[in-house]
Ligand binder design. Sequence first.
Ligand SMILES: C[S@@+](CC[C@H](N)C(=O)[O-])C[C@H]1O[C@@H](n2cnc3c(N)ncnc32)[C@H](O)[C@@H]1O
Length: 234
Amino acid sequence: MQLSKRLQKIADKVPPSVRVADIGTDHGYVPVYLIENKIAQTVIATDISSKSIKKAEVIIKNHRVEDKIYTRVGDGLLPLEIGEVDTVIIAGMGGVLIGNMLKDGLDIAEKIDTFILQPMMGQEKLRHYLLNNGFAIEDEVLVYEDKKFYEVMVARHGSQTVEDDIYYEIGYNLIVNHDPYLPKFIYKKMDKTKKLISHLEKQDTQTAKKRMDELKTRLLKYEEVYGWVQKFEI
Ligand SMILES: C[S@@+](CC[C@H](N)C(=O)[O-])C[C@H]1O[C@@H](n2cnc3c(N)ncnc32)[C@H](O)[C@@H]1O
């Protein structure tokens, strides 16, 4: 199984696990890869959509790994039994939805060691949820594919605090790890914020002024972090 850059990074973060679950698997590519490369002994591939599960089942069968990948239809972590898997992957969904899955499946989440999370949006909200609910983000990596950035997080149970709210938006581990895509990632945020500010400058309302002040403060923070990380670029 050949994976896209995003899925490959997700798979690379899976520790040698006996049992893995891929929640919202859709196509089932990651479970197949994990079995073919002997990273997992068994994988439970779940999805809320039975259509997605049927699609995954065809791919799993074509790769002749149906004896090692079990498919289930259901919401979030709920199709899993307590203690059934060591590692869970939840990728390609919104950060709020991912946080809700962890909250709704708390009993199941408690017995899972490693959480590989890749939110498509709401990354800041997911970091908030994790750090305020007994998780620590131990590792993070950026993926740049088709002109988009993806943030892959590895979380475990633990305690972690942030010294500055900016680290909810720019993962602290990306700085610690000197992630080579970090300068470009922050530059993009600065660019977007500057465009928003110049758009708001044309409006003469109190709400626009308030928003503009918030964005200017945020821009200063981005510029500060950008100053530290510029040298990381490849
Ligand atoms: C964009 S796809 C991502 C597929 C794959 N994980 C990836 O990263 O490429 C999102 C998948 O999540 C599934 N999904 C959405 N909400 C879900 C939920 N509450 N529980 C389980 N699966 C869900 C969707 O049906 C869809 O197949």
